[in-house]
Design a protein around this ligand. Structure first.
Ligand SMILES: [Zn+2]
Length: 138
């Protein structure tokens, strides 16, 4: 088995690629992690528009865990996420502090869901601002 240090889950948004890859590099994950990019990141796990979205999210997590046995799962949500605010139930274009508050709520739910399925894995949730600042939401 090829063992991964972590499974990283991030949004598809190209604006954050440099920030994500720099963070992965700075924290010694680059080249040692599975990387799953999905529009809206934690949205499909916590508040999916359709049940199949959550199933697909968990299917990808399950494949990473089965094939690469990561020690931790790290979710990297970000500011101004259009994939996250795909419908009217989640407002878009919030001020950063309000945006962080709602991401904290989703982060807690995401940690709960993943911890129930994978109790031995450490689950971390992070937030990347438009300025590139990365905050721990745990
Ligand atoms: Zn996004």
């Amino acid at each position: 088995m090829h063992k991964a240090k972590a499974l990283i889950i991030s949004c598809i948004d190209f604006r954050f690629q440099d920030y994500v890859f720099n963070w992965l590099k700075d924290n010694q994950y680059l080249g040692h992690c599975d990387l799953y990019s999905i529009a809206g990141c934690s949205r499909d796990l916590v508040k999916p528009l359709d049940a199949t979205h959550k199933e697909n999210f968990l299917r990808n997590v399950g494949i990473s865990v089965k094939l690469h046995d990561p020690d931790e799962i790290i979710i990297l949500d970000h500011q101004d996420c259009g994939g996250y605010a795909q419908d009217d139930t989640i407002p878009s274009m919030l001020e950063k502090e309000k945006d962080i508050d709602r991401h904290k709520e989703f982060a807690q739910k995401a940690r709960t869901i993943l911890s129930e399925i994978y109790p031995s894995l450490e689950i971390k949730t992070m937030y990347i601002g438009l300025d590139g600042e990365v905050q721990d939401l745990s």
